[in-house]
Design a protein around this ligand. Structure first.
Ligand code: C2O
Ligand code: CU
Length: 471
């Protein structure tokens, strides 16, 4: 797992009383203590008939985008993105991953869905990668309505970039009218071709004048994307699967969607029948109009941003970040050194290079504050698995808008965010940069609960010539 040393954030050590054990091919985790629960036991419900059952068959090969371009990569059930998975809040979801022909093995991680740890789909951390010919069943209850996505977390910098992902929508119960009006806009670049849900260029979503759509923008790329709406006011309804409180209408603003992040936009088709247009860069756009609208040149992006630090209205978040039981620093920098014996100018965490990086240790029930800062010269989309954190402040300025919950946070160079969360989901969780090339270069740490032991190993051979290699 690549955890160099335990960081207790000012709280008690619990069972993680010291350094883990390194071996040449990975991290063995903290030595198990009597009474520990294994990651493998922290599953979703094992009994019960699923409300939603899906089989995802992963394959390596070339395929065509819906708009015809040839791509050499990976598919799920023959396409990329893979099938959109839809569940209602409260549904038991069962997904069977079958690896038909992905030589390095594959997994499915439920990005942003705070599933039980054993369902999290991280090779070498929560399961072994599934080799060619193998399968793995994931089961979890869809608890929080929102926009999420899934992707392989085995050799992810390669597999996600080349197609092994799809979108998950969890619909709220008791709001049937929301169902027909929403649309997924999964943004992905295949060899530099920017697509929305697998199509390059512009596409029209037929919508009556005055009708409102919820556009679920998902950034599956490695860099932040800018989304903007032309010819209509809009609202930011949700970020990372959490509705914002009282989001006001805005105009002529860009919305930054960090890598791995999601933003739901409310867009209304203009009364005069002209198209409202949602751009995501690279010429990819969604036209919201009564009929197929002619392609036009992409309008320029506005210069002003929607600033989520001040957008919307505050409301109770259910805990007090000031009462934190643990306070951690996650300082991203860059320095000279060696990773895997390779010299380079590498990302560092709290001054250390992978794998000698902190493992953030918490106990169940703790309130946790984390100060994430960046002096590395590049932007990092920081993603914590298994939890949503609320933004407390940015560069020392307190958040004053709607509670801004994230699972993926855009931390630009020279920025410092304080975020807080409740440790309510025991397990061992990745906490890494979602520029997956950065993660592959060592920008990876973990959050570990006391009393949880790790049976899996990064670097372990899992059959078919594959080793567990989550990044
Ligand atoms: Cu979207 Cu660690 O992942
Ligand atoms: Cu990064």
């Amino acid at each position: 797992m690549g955890m160099g040393y335990a960081d207790f954030g000012g709280g008690p050590a619990g069972s993680h009383a010291g350094h883990g054990q390194h071996s040449d091919d990975g991290w063995d985790g903290p030595p198990p203590q009597p009474g520990d629960v294994s990651v493998a036991e922290l599953t979703g419900p094992q009994d019960g008939i699923p409300d939603v059952a899906v089989t995802l068959t992963a394959a390596r090969g070339s395929f065509r985008l819906a708009t015809g371009e040839q791509v050499d990569g990976y598919t799920l059930n023959g396409s990329s993105p893979g099938p959109e998975i839809r569940a209602k809040q409260g549904d038991l979801v069962e997904v069977t991953l079958v690896n038909d022909s992905v030589p390095d093995g594959a997994t499915v991680h439920w990005h942003g869905i705070d599933v039980p740890n054993a369902e999290d789909g991280v090779a070498g951390v929560t399961q072994d990668a599934v080799p060619v010919g193998g399968k793995h069943v994931y089961r979890f209850v869809a608890e929080e309505a929102g926009t999420y996505w899934y992707h392989s977390h085995q050799v992810s910098h390669e597999q996600v970039k080349r197609g092994l992902f799809g979108v998950v929508v969890i619909e709220p119960v008791g709001s049937e009218e929301a169902v027909p009006s929403d649309v997924v806009a999964a943004v992905h670049s295949y060899s530099g071709r920017r697509t929305i849900s697998g199509r390059t260029g512009t596409q029209t979503l037929e919508t009556e004048p005055g009708e409102t759509r919820r556009v679920r923008v998902v950034n599956t790329d490695n860099s932040p994307l800018r989304a903007w709406v032309t010819n209509s006011a809009f609202r930011v309804l949700a970020v990372d699967g959490r509705d914002l409180n009282e989001p006001p209408e805005v105009r002529d603003r860009v919305v930054v969607v960090t890598a791995g992040g999601r933003v739901d936009l409310e867009v209304t088709a203009p009364d005069d029948g002209s198209p409202a247009r949602v751009d995501v860069g690279g010429g990819a756009a969604l036209l919201i109009a009564p009929q197929e609208a002619p392609a036009a040149a992409a309008p320029r992006a506005p210069t002003q941003r929607v600033d989520l630090l001040t957008y919307g209205t505050p409301t109770d978040i259910g805990f007090d970040p000031e009462q934190a039981d643990r306070r951690f620093d996650y300082r991203v920098g860059r320095r000279l050194g060696f990773i895997d014996g390779r010299p380079g100018y590498w990302w560092s965490i709290n001054g250390h290079l992978f794998p000698d990086v902190p493992m953030f240790v918490v106990a169940e029930g703790d309130i946790v504050q984390m100060t994430i800062s960046n002096s590395s010269g590049d932007v990092h989309p920081m993603h914590l698995h298994g939890h949503h954190a609320v933004v407390v402040s940015r560069n020392g300025v307190a958040a004053t808008g709607s509670p801004w919950w994230v699972d993926s946070l855009n931390v630009e160079d020279d920025e410092t965010y304080v975020v807080a969360f409740v440790a309510d989901n025991p397990g061992i969780w990745m906490d890494h940069c979602h520029n997956l090339d950065h993660a592959a270069d060592g920008l990876v740490a973990h959050l570990a609960y006391t009393g949880v032991s790790e049976p899996y190993r990064v670097g372990k051979p899992v059959g078919g010539g594959a080793d567990n290699e989550p990044e």
